[in-house]
Design a protein around this ligand. Structure first.
Ligand code: HEC
Length: 146
């Protein structure tokens, strides 16, 4: 089990202060729809690494379903339904991109709008369809059109 680097824990205090003052952007929809707003972010930007096949190399976090997202990860649970700001899954997206746990691990951070979607989705209880409709597919397995 890996521990969160102390810097994330210290940073999170400052982060919480900074983020605590923010309200959602006026563009953030009233109700977040998993399939429309969250699925594309997770599938396009996270599933490449956080899937059942590759999770062992990536903090053991498997984001393919709600059940796996709520129970896997070295710091499970990384989603605290009802509390976006405190959720590790949100914090690693919102932290400075120089931080070792910054996600996704590329210079290409999510837009503020997407961060708002993720935070509000978790605040709204992280609804996620059960079974096959909610099962995410890693990009490596996407079918290419003939
Ligand atoms: C290129 C591979 C890759 C991608 C893409 C990626 N991650 Fe990660 N992720 C990792 C690795 C590697 C770690 C472990 C980092 C460490 O411990 O230093 C990690 C750790 C995490 C953790 C901490 C998990 C824990 O329990 O410790 C979370 C949460 C997370 N990632 C969320 C995401 C999200 C959300 C996305 C998409 C926006 C994403 N990651 C995209 C590789 C990736």
């Amino acid at each position: 089990m890996k521990r969160l680097p102390a810097s994330l824990i210290f940073a999170s205090g400052a982060l919480l202060l900074a983020i605590g003052c923010q309200t959602y952007s006026s563009k953030t929809p009233e109700v977040i729809d998993f399939q429309e707003h969250i699925r594309p972010i997770l599938e396009n930007r996270c599933l490449e690494c956080h899937n059942p096949v590759n999770a062992a190399d990536n903090a053991n976090l498997n984001l393919e379903s709600r059940e796996s997202a709520l129970t896997t990860g070295d710091h499970a649970p990384v989603i605290l339904p009802g509390n976006g700001r405190q959720s590790v899954l949100y914090r690693v997206l919102a932290v400075e991109n120089t931080h070792p746990l910054f996600m996704p691990p590329s210079p290409d951070r999510l837009w503020e709008y997407q961060l708002g979607l993720v935070r509000k989705w978790i605040d709204q209880g992280a609804p996620w369809p059960a079974g096959s409709p909610g099962k995410l597919v890693r990009p490596q397995d996407w079918e290419t059109p003939e």
